[in-house]
Design a protein around this ligand. Sequence first.
Ligand code: FRU
Length: 495
Amino acid sequence: MMSEELRKAREFEAAYGPQIPESERPLFHVTAGVGWLNDPNGFSVYRGEYHLFYQYHPYSTRWGPMHWGHLKTQDFVKWERLPVALAPDCDYDRAGCWSGGALELPDGRQLLMYTGRRTQEENGREVAYQTQCLAVGDGRDYQKYEGNPVLTAENLPSGASPYDFRDPKIWREPDGTYHAVTVTRMEDGGGAVLLYASDDGFAWRFERVLTRCRNEYGTMWECPDFFSLDGQQVIFVSPMEMRPMGLEFHVGYGAVYMLGRYHQGDGAFSRETVRSLDYGLDFYAAQTLETLDGRRVMIAWMQNWATVACQTHGARCFGEMTIPRELSIRDGQLIQNPVRELERYRVNPVIYRDILLTEEISLEGVRGRVLDMTVSVAPTSGNGYRAFKVRVAKDGEREIAVQYTPDDGVITLDRSRCGAAYDITNVRKFLARRRDGELKLRFIMDRHSLELFVNDGEQAASLLLYAPESAEGLTFEAEGGIVRMNIEKYGLEVP
Ligand code: FRU
């Protein structure tokens, strides 16, 4: 039986989603059916396809009582929309079906685990409890489990808060057991990642605290993930209220990865490396899956909570995901690159070799707002240079500048003139390495976003840009010297 709330959300989406012209959406990045989108949820394989759910408020472009929107894909580029999967229609999730995960059960059903948020009045004020709940379905329609909630305050370690207990990511181990990681807030105000286990996916038990913030990386943590990759264990969290640390972490909402060691039975995760997952302005709540051919692929919300006020007037949907990215570990560092499937959609190659660059130039065939472009630069023999600059989405008034200064090794992203009407953070700097004197930058642009990949994925930086699509100029410039530049630029077409 479908609840009134779910029926209404599905009808609303079916009525108003198709009215949004495709030209108002990015070409290959995931957006909401209609209305608001935040975190990716339940990114997982089901019946040989990749499913993605998302935090969804169909009725407006602002956050509200959360539903789960739903899509699927075979190649992470072309997506098929499916009807709203979950609505907040039970006592335990009336205040929202918050973030969570999904997996395929051995009997062929799909299991979703999400955070049910419930509010009640206590001593004259409203308090909100968070518990973990299940829904089971066939890849399209879901029934909430009669045993909900399956993880409550009783399954928390001492000192953990039942008001901040959320975002379960679930997976099935090769031995058939199930695991989940969630976040909570400990008595010192800092976040922690908790590990849970289950034999059947329905009855869950607390295992251990995997790792705690201890006031090192922000306060509360959100949206954890935990997986092994190239012989290491990796944890993702999105911390709130980060303090800046050099150019590695910036103030506010962040997204970090931790590399370390963890042996089941041995106790906690030993944290060895902690770094930013993305060095741009808009990135949060990353989640991964393992593809059918064994790749670890990540997707994230290309936004952060501090920039959500920046909305285009009259737009009928808000929020988009990053391009899914393949992950690996090289030299103790997480490497991320756009999924290789994107290359199948490249058209119209434009190639330039050995351009000797000084003052600002544009190049025949190199412009546009939907593109995949790799630029590499190196100083000409013996000569240094002060700065290398690429400007995109450029017209007489607007531009987004990406600058590299070799003396301090800093990349600066500057969207202060990108057309945003709000005083959001517009400049971000981070440290990049040059390899044998060469710097390589890959630009993925999809109308209102830019994802930059540095040196074959050593770093990524994502940001939204608000310039109208008519601003499609691209220029290159070297200051204080001559650089040798190669360009390989493709358009992207998704039929
Ligand atoms: C992160 C988050 C999650 C929560 C969801 C609610 O962006 O705050 O912790 O489950 O969004 O929409």
